[in-house]
Design a binder for this molecule. Structure first.
Ligand SMILES: Cc1cc2nc3c(=O)[nH]c(=O)nc-3n(C[C@H](O)[C@H](O)[C@H](O)COP(=O)(O)OP(=O)(O)OC[C@H]3O[C@@H](n4cnc5c(N)ncnc54)[C@H](O)[C@@H]3O)c2cc1C
Length: 394
């Protein structure tokens, strides 16, 4: 993507995308967020709107009908969307994880079969099935297997995935499972290095969607378990070579982490905006609370946290676009941005006093939503492990 840099950071095109998504988030997404949270119903109209804007093809290359966004564009779009609703932004980023896997690891026929529709209409909605009940921070511990059947040239999937975003709405899943061909290279189907990536349509026999999780926040986003019960897929649905799935997952998740960090910045910015307007409106002791030094200092600290987190996101994008190893930078951005989301939403509730503790004000939802950014796509502890390895040059 080309274009003149505006100020020190964004190109004209990146500014245009950011402003477009900001407007959509303010007009179409934010007004639906409270009801969607309360009813735990994903706003499908909003999804269709995202598709119309081309955002469901954000990371799909242009030759397959997508936007072909660079990392910075992806980040600014995610920040702007999460300002309207983290649940919607999360659904989109998981859809993008799925399209990225197909674009990066798929064969030409797989790309042609899936990407144009997923980019242009947002359907089928994508899922990314890595986590399992006993395998979260350590996905290598997964138990799902894919057994090759030479008679039918199919893989038979068996196992259970957990915490799958878009689990109910999703139409196609990128699934990680341990695979080994009998008489192949001698690798056992239980070995960590057997992890392989597959593309599984949700209407395949044996693809069973579990019950929707009841969550603290992100309630409009459907999170479910998915069970594979003798789920047969053609061998041509394999995305990576056998045994190459885990490194592919880590690569995709590193890219995804920048998006989650940007979303955390969006949530923090939304909370800061709410706190700022409340501080100018609410009066106590015959003056706006925004005139009280303690509240002013809170706003100063919140604003600094948001700016610092945004800069870390930009730096991770810069490194990725320059072709550098940006794993540590992506982890720093995710760690600090999710921490900012937590502290800024907490202070925004505090500035609202008792009103902030009620569903009448958005800060209550933002506070509940923010917590997930410290957990999914690698917990804060895992980000620190990655950063420490970078510090120690390991
Ligand atoms: C709402 C939601 C949506 C999600 N969406 C998806 C999805 O679409 N697809 C998907 O595959 N997954 C998804 N996840 C799963 C998510 O990525 C995992 O929950 C996360 O990776 C943590 O795994 P876990 O929950 O098993 O926790 P655990 O790994 O059991 O961790 C428990 C605690 O131990 C700590 N810990 C674990 N290992 C270490 C270590 N080595 N060093 C230090 N601390 C450690 C953790 O940081 C954490 O504090 C989602 C989760 C949620 C809640």
């Amino acid at each position: 993507m080309t274009g003149a840099r505006v100020g020190s950071a964004l190109t004209d095109e990146q500014v245009a995308v950011r402003d477009l998504v900001r407007e959509f988030a303010a007009e179409e997404v934010r007004p639906t967020a409270a009801e969607a949270d309360e009813t735990e119903a994903f706003p499908e109209d909003v999804w269709d709107g995202l598709a119309e804007l081309g955002l469901t093809g954000l990371t799909v290359p242009e030759e397959y009908g997508g936007f072909g966004a660079d990392e910075t564009t992806y980040a600014v779009a995610n920040e702007a969307l999460a300002h309207g609703s983290l649940a919607v932004a999360t659904a989109l980023s998981v859809h993008c994880l799925a399209t990225s896997c197909i674009a990066e690891f798929g064969t030409e026929p797989q790309r042609e079969a899936w990407l144009p529709e997923m980019a242009e209409t947002g359907r089928p909605v994508g899922m990314f099935c890595l986590s399992e009940p006993q395998a979260g921070s350590n996905p290598a511990q997964m138990a799902t297997t894919a057994t090759y059947d030479p008679e039918t040239d199919e893989y038979v999937l068996n196992g259970e995935k957990q915490w799958i975003t878009n689990g109910e709405r999703g139409g196609v899943a990128v699934v990680f499972a341990k695979a080994a061909r009998e008489g192949g290279d001698g690798r056992s189907a239980e070995a960590d290095d057997a992890i392989t990536q597959f593309l599984v349509p949700a209407d395949t026999d044996g693809f069973e969607v579990g019950k929707k999780e009841e969550k603290l926040g992100l309630r409009a986003s459907d999170t479910t378990g998915i069970t594979f019960d003798d789920c047969r897929i053609p061998a041509e649905n394999r995305l990576t070579e056998e045994g190459k799935g885990l490194s592919a997952a880590f690569r995709t998740l590193t890219e995804g982490r920048i998006g989650i960090a940007a979303q955390a910045v969006g949530v923090a910015q939304a909370a800061l905006d709410e706190a700022k307007s409340y501080a100018t409106e609410r009066e106590q002791f015959d003056r706006p609370i925004g005139d009280i030094q303690t509240i002013r200092h809170k706003l100063a600290e919140m604003s600094t946290d948001v700016s610092a987190a945004r800069l870390l996101v930009r730096e991770a994008c810069r490194q990725a676009e320059a072709g550098e190893d940006y794993r540590v930078a992506a982890s720093k951005a995710k760690y600090r941005a999710s921490e900012a989301a937590m502290s800024v939403t907490n202070e925004a509730v505090q500035i609202h006093g008792g009103y902030g503790y009620t569903t009448e004000f958005d800060v209550e939802r933002l506070y509940r939503d923010a917590k997930i950014t410290e957990i999914y796509e690698g917990t804060t502890e895992i980000q620190k492990t990655i950063i420490a390895r970078g510090v120690l040059g390991e």
